[in-house]
Design a binder for this molecule. Structure first.
Ligand SMILES: [Zn+2]
Length: 535
């Protein structure tokens, strides 16, 4: 059975531990002299050996035949604890058992003396996660513990512990490992696993692990996956995958509008000493892939969307409404440019994240579209679940329409007459849209971002705003254009041709006309009393 390297290489004795010399020396000394405290607090960032030390301690103080303070690893007690079958040692993760009931259940067993060994040991990991009442329950036991009771509390955030708990523990601070300590250990692990590893590759892992041995071993684990030589290039590609995982995490926060989480991740970027401009560039590439995934699905032909990641991009893209994704991409491009002159690149990134997370104010047209497309998503989700969309009531939905002069609008071409008896072009267009929605959603999606732009001499136009240039390019391909034309012909068009165009930026008297019709459309959708036009 496969076991992660960090488990295989978890030290079994104090003398096997890398670094943390002063802690190791003190604990060895305590075990040999039998001066065991009732409560220990092991503090330090992840992967610094706290849990390993706690496990070794639990065996050492119960060992029938300790070797200078180290557990022998062979006696009955050592073996029972090692195989997790001992009733004298309990391990609890406070992160998933933070409630008072859970800690009470554990503390109820304190009254029963150890069955096999000399001490009963409770190891509570991530102890700062306990609730206040759980801390109080724990405190009562810590105040008057039975003679045989030993608590080992481990935490990455000691500042979150109540001082009443802190004052009852012997505290040990586990420092981060140095790069050379990590590289040295990795070298030993690789050698004993029979894997060839370049020195530079191991140094690179040591740097990336930032003082955490578990991360270092996990990265080495991934690099050793194929059983080939561990090279610098190999490490770089594995680390690149970790970067990609971070981008997914960051975009999840944006998609769920969790501004706090986004800020926390930005803080991590800064702590890691990463370049904000480089990050924004990566992020912008990620958002572009999401957009492509949304429109084309996991298309193997699009670089970046093939292979294992394609589906993940599609799934993440689905968490955004179309308008929000566009807006995020747009804001990201602007933030990228802003970092070039801004005094604080960090605040540019933070403002970017918060703007993507905020509820859009219905001030501008794009935000309005965004709200509408989000509502559409929600309604279609409800429909999928078989729930009918409730009628809008009272003031639960209010839309403010932007000033007339600010409203962007398409410029329709001049319509020409159609032969008598032929279907009006607008009707043909609308039916073709419905047809495509059912039969060619990948063509419908970009097409639906534009508007009907008019009909002349057999040509149907769709007009797109400046921000939708991408869709014009997409729809202009032979293949997609033909699909639209085919749909138009099916729905009553005759030798129909299709042309996607960009809206003209210059103001035009017809613009107001079209903007007016947007208001009309909104009034039709939401009712006169829900629409307020700011003049
Ligand atoms: Zn033993």
């Amino acid at each position: 059975m496969y076991q992660a390297l960090y488990r295989v290489w978890r030290p079994k004795k104090f003398s096997d531990m890398v670094g943390q010399e002063h802690i190791v020396r003190t604990l060895l000394n305590q075990v040999s002299t039998g001066r065991i405290a009732h409560a220990y607090l092991f503090c330090g960032s992840r992967g610094t050996g706290k849990t390993s030390a706690a496990k070794i301690m639990s065996r050492a103080i119960n060992c029938e035949n300790p070797q200078n303070g180290d557990p022998c690893g062979e006696c009955g007690s050592c073996r029972m604890i090692e195989s997790d079958t001992s009733f004298d040692v309990y391990e609890m993760d406070a992160a998933s058992n933070s409630r008072v009931e859970e800690i009470r259940e554990l503390l109820e067993k304190v009254d029963y003396p150890p069955q096999f060994g000399k001490y009963k040991v409770y190891i509570i990991d991530e102890v700062h996660m306990l609730s206040n009442s759980a801390f109080n329950a724990l405190l009562k036991t810590l105040e008057e513990p039975p003679e045989y009771m030993v608590f080992i509390l481990a935490t990455t955030e000691p500042q979150k512990l109540p001082s009443t708990i802190l004052s009852r523990c012997q505290r040990y601070d586990f420092g981060r490992f140095t790069e050379s300590q990590i590289a040295g250990h990795l070298k030993k692990v690789a050698r004993e696993s029979g894997v060839d590893a370049e020195e530079d590759a191991l140094a690179l892992i040591a740097r990336a692990a930032e003082g955490g041995m578990r991360d270092a071993l996990s990265i080495l684990d991934m690099c050793m996956g194929g059983g080939e030589k561990v090279t610098e290039e190999n490490v770089r590609s594995v680390l690149g995958a970790a970067d990609r995982a971070f981008l997914f995490q960051f975009c999840d926060a944006l998609a769920e509008k969790e501004g706090g989480e986004a800020l926390r991740l930005i803080d991590k970027i800064m702590m890691d000493g990463r370049d904000v401009q480089v990050f924004l560039k990566d992020l912008s590439a990620h958002l572009r892939l999401l957009m492509a995934a949304r429109l084309c699905g996991a298309d193997e032909k699009i670089p970046g969307l093939g292979g294992a990641y394609g589906k993940r991009y599609v799934a993440q893209a689905d968490k955004f409404s179309h308008e929000r994704l566009l807006r995020a991409l747009d804001l990201c491009t602007r933030a990228e440019a802003d970092t070039r002159w801004a005094a604080s690149a960090r605040s540019v990134l933070e403002v970017f994240a918060l703007r993507v997370c905020e509820q859009p104010e219905e001030r501008d047209y794009e935000a309005l579209l965004e709200r509408i497309s989000e509502l559409e998503m929600k309604i279609s989700e409800l429909e999928k679940r078989g729930v009918a969309a409730p009628a809008l009531q009272g003031n639960d939905f209010e839309v403010k329409v932007p000033k007339r002069s600010e409203r962007p609008a398409a410029q329709p071409i001049v319509e020409t007459a159609v032969p008598d008896g032929a279907k009006p072009p607008k009707d043909v267009w609308n039916e073709a849209l419905k047809y495509l929605k059912r039969n060619a959603p990948m063509v419908f999606a970009p097409l639906n971002q534009g508007k009907y732009g008019g009909y002349r001499d057999g040509v149907y136009q769709a007009v797109f705003g400046k921000e939708s240039e991408l869709f014009v390019t997409m729809l202009a391909t032979e293949d997609r254009r033909r699909q639209v034309e085919d749909a138009l012909n099916r729905c009553g068009g005759v030798n129909a041709r299709f042309e996607p165009v960009l809206a003209q930026p210059a103001p035009d008297p017809q613009k107001q006309q079209t903007a007016e019709s947007h208001v009309d459309a909104l009034v039709e959708m939401f009712g006169r009393d829900k629409i307020q036009v700011d003049e």
